[in-house]
Design a protein around this ligand. Structure first.
Ligand code: DOR
Ligand code: ZN
Length: 345
């Protein structure tokens, strides 16, 4: 197959930032009709009013002709008011609430230290059917960074699901076989999103032959057998798995420095790399389900009416150039392999 047309995809996990960076990176998500927008700004997007204001800034930053719809999320804190969440959901302003364990990742300092303190909000969300997006890593310094996802499932996710089985939860950017198996063994209320970079990179790619800051993200990329489990889940047709790129732009100087920020910027070429991953598995017929159908179905939204066409070229494409933004250049994901797919329309 050298060309494939699918329902236009959505990105179920995207960082757009704010200000100059927002204006610079938003056009790079042009392949996607909608995206779940992460609320980890500084300060974070906690209240319905803050989400409404951020949504307006995103809409104002859209270039002419980009019909992109931001699906807003609220950043869960231990002080979050359940009624504010409920009214933001009722008005259609927010699509989900995001749980960051405090200290787990970029701009997560205001996140949750003790899940018991947000139980009131989670109960209200379960009542009204509002999904919870989770960054599934513990922050206990005694837990090795490569084991933090598995520990989160055991210590946090499973107890929350036992206590509130009706709560709809999406485990975002799943990076381990443990996460895949846990979701596969659960019911319809638990889904998992997968990034493009975690489908392609393992920890050798990050560390062997020199540390690659542009492959550093959280949760960190894992061993090869975990990556293989992610690819099997993405291409396997289970509707509880879908695309959330976690495209997370940082300026080049924040990546290439003493303490590199976590995040991989995949928005510009996510769909091309995804097509390549699916082709390698002989699963191009399942690309549409993973990128365009499973996510809307889980969130209870209609699939997009528009289409997206990708084409395979015999000669590999040139390596991507950094995206120039008013907040500095942002290096685009490049795993260093030949890429044959590109979006044509
Ligand atoms: O790599 C990451 N970058 N992981 C996250 O959870 C946050 C994100 C960011 O905001 O840069
Ligand atoms: Zn993220």
């Amino acid at each position: 197959m050298t060309e494939i047309t699918i329902t236009r995809p959505d990105d179920w996990h995207l960082h757009l930032r704010d200000g100059e960076m927002l204006r610079g990176v938003l056009p790079a998500s042009r392949d996607f009709a909608r995206a779940i927008i992460m609320p980890n700004l500084v300060p974070p997007v906690v209240t319905g009013a803050e989400a409404a204001a951020y949504r307006d800034r995103i809409l104002a930053a859209r270039p002419e002709g980009q019909g992109f719809e931001p699906l807003m999320t609220l950043y869960l804190t231990e002080g979050t008011d359940p009624e504010d969440v409920a009214s933001a959901a009722a008005s259609g302003l927010v699509t989900a609430v995001k749980l960051y364990p405090a200290g787990a990742t970029t701009n997560s300092a205001s996140g949750v230290r003790d899940v018991a303190k947000v139980m009131g909000v989670l109960e209200r969300m379960a009542e009204i059917g509002l999904p919870l997006c989770v960054h599934g890593e513990v922050t206990d310094p005694a837990v090795d960074i490569f084991d933090r996802e598995a520990a989160f499932i055991e210590r946090v996710l499973d107890p929350v699901r036992t206590r509130l089985p009706e709560l709809r939860i999406i485990m975002e950017h799943v990076t381990t076989r443990d996460g895949i198996d846990y979701i596969a063994g659960s019911g319809e209320n638990l889904a998992g999103s997968l990034t493009v970079h975690h489908l392609i990179l393992n920890r050798n790619d990050l560390l062997v032959g020199g540390v690659k800051p542009h492959f550093y993200c959280l949760p960190i990329v894992k061993r090869e057998h975990h990556r293989a489990a992610l690819v099997a889940a993405a291409t396997g047709g289970d509707p509880r798995f879908f695309l959330g790129t976690d495209s997370a732009p940082h300026s080049k100087d924040r990546k290439e420095c003493d303490c590199c920020a976590a995040g991989v910027f995949t928005a510009p070429n996510a769909m091309a790399w995804l097509a390549q991953v699916f082709e390698a598995e002989g699963a191009l017929d399942r690309l549409e389900g993973f990128a365009s159908l499973n996510g809307p179905a889980w969130y209870g939204l209609p699939p997009n009416a528009e289409k997206l066409t990708l084409r395979r070229s015999e000669a590999p494409l040139p390596a991507p150039e950094a995206l120039q933004t008013g907040a500095g250049p942002v290096v685009v994901f490049d795993p260093g392999l030949p890429l044959h797919w590109h979006v044509v329309a």
